[in-house]
Design a protein around this ligand. Sequence first.
Ligand code: ZN
Length: 219
Amino acid sequence: MPTDRKEIRKLLKKVRPTPRIETSTTSEQKVDKIAKHFEEIMKILGLDLRNDSLQDTPRRVAKMYVNELFSGLNDNTFPKITTIDNEMKYDQMIVARNVGIMSVCEHHFVTIDGRATIAYIPSKKVIGLSKINRIAKFFSRRPQVQERLTKQIADCLELLLETDNVAVHIEAKHYCLVSRGVEDTLSTTVTSDLRGDFKRLPHTRAEFMNHCHSEAKMF
Ligand SMILES: [Zn+2]
């Protein structure tokens, strides 16, 4: 069970990587640098930074990038995960439905807004329910393509749970298709990564896909 930083780094190294370069820049330094560059972008666009509504925008954007939208680029923000031994011998699928996905498309730096259905069939380990949401959130907080995001969540769960019986399905709206380009406000993109029994066994696959396609009834 990864509890310390070293263990977490080891685990994250095995997850499909986001193309990154090593940097020793601290979060504060990143905010300072990005704010300076964003100020330039705004000036190039012809905005008057002396205006009191605009003057704090560069720093606001920089903080939002580093501490919120792209916090998942910092491995230290990986959530504290506890897995417990599956003493109850639970052997059916556990499904987290309607997991909110809020990410940023790495091609245009605009919002990807979606929801995921994430499932696994435990072998030796069971994971706290909210941890599934936290893992999805961690990888969402990076510039992403939906295909990679789907795989990263599945890789991470497979490693933590020590079973390949995991499945991830994401349906999302890409605002780079809504606000620009084809300007299609209705289309969504679906990706999935079904592994182990979810891939092999038609009835397990069907049960999972049924969860993906049906609305949550309780709320
Ligand atoms: Zn895009």
